[in-house]
Ligand binder design. Structure first.
Ligand SMILES: [Zn+2]
Length: 298
């Protein structure tokens, strides 16, 4: 065998030994978790980009092609992807990843969702999710739990490597649990108690770190700010002395211009809210660190 052929032979061999599972995730946050749990044993790709509003992704044919080759699809659930994932799944014609099949893992319902509505919901309430707020990956503790669920699923699909997946998932969970204590101490030190956001994207983060959200810039979920609502928010900022507005970076930041004119003391920061949402945010740890720094004013 000449050296070139030998190289190809080795590449093929190692190609089949590593990256045996083909995983597609709906979001970059889930990709980051799955990639860390799988290590070199899987290839992991995300459908949405970290700079996109995950509620609104176009179900492109290229995503269906990706999904057609997947052994596993990992989704956020809680209706985050309700507008686009069903089309991608049916367009993929891949029976392995259909809802209810072994190759379909929906994380949200299993991680104790917040803001599950009680009573009847109508369209007049805006884009309310009947199963609760879907943005759980902004909570480091729930992400640790998500890693454990992903580890268990990968072990089911690839039993010979189950111990490796479990070990990687445990390490991720332990690391985020430990870091959360430090982030908590840093946030407590800032004295910030109340934060306004554009959409309820940061609810899990703010709840984890005992920060209140007295107002949201959207009058109702998915409804862009109206001037009447902004005037109410300005009133709240003044009476409750709210020090900070965080605007998720895929929304229009100019909405804060009027607020700043009326309430010049409030600090406004545009923040990434997903892995790959800004340069340098390659892991969820980086994302939380950026959010903690924006609360610290650094
Ligand atoms: Zn949302």
């Amino acid at each position: 065998m000449n050296s070139l052929k030998y190289c190809l032979f080795i590449t093929l061999l190692s190609g089949s030994a590593s990256a045996s599972l083909n995983i597609v995730t709906t979001t970059t946050d889930l990709r980051a978790i799955a990639a860390e749990v799988a290590g070199s044993l899987a290839s992991v790709e995300s459908i949405a980009k970290g700079t996109q509003d995950p509620h609104f992704i176009e179900a492109k044919p290229s995503f269906m092609v990706k999904a057609s080759k997947a052994d596993l699809i990992i989704s956020n659930g809680l209706e985050l992807e309700v507008g686009w994932l069903p089309s991608i799944l049916s367009g993929s014609r891949n029976p392995k990843i259909k809802a209810g099949e072994k190759g379909n893992l929906e994380i949200g319902p299993a991680i104790d969702p917040l803001e599950v509505p009680t009573g009847k919901i109508s369209r007049a309430d805006g884009d309310v999710h009947p199963d609760g707020n879907p943005h759980f990956t902004l909570d480091p503790i729930r992400v640790g739990k998500a890693a454990l669920l992903i580890g268990k699923k990968l072990g089911e699909l690839d039993p010979p490597n189950a111990a490796t997946y479990a070990k990687n998932a445990d390490a991720l969970n332990a690391r985020l649990t430990e870091k959360t204590k430090a982030w908590m101490a840093r946030i407590a030190k800032t004295g910030v108690k109340k934060v306004i956001t554009y959409h309820k994207t940061l609810t899990y983060f703010l709840t984890r770190f005992s920060l209140e959200t007295p107002a949201i810039l959207e009058p109702k979920p998915g409804i862009p700010p109206t001037s009447g609502h902004i005037i109410e928010v300005i009133g709240l900022i003044k009476t409750q002395k709210i020090p900070l507005i965080l605007v998720e970076n895929y929304f229009d930041p100019t909405v804060t211009t009027k607020i700043k004119q009326e309430a010049p003391l409030v600090r406004t920061v545009t923040v990434p809210v997903a892995v790959d949402g800004a340069p340098g945010i390659t892991k969820l740890d980086d994302l939380y660190e950026t959010l903690v720094k924006s609360i610290e004013g650094k």
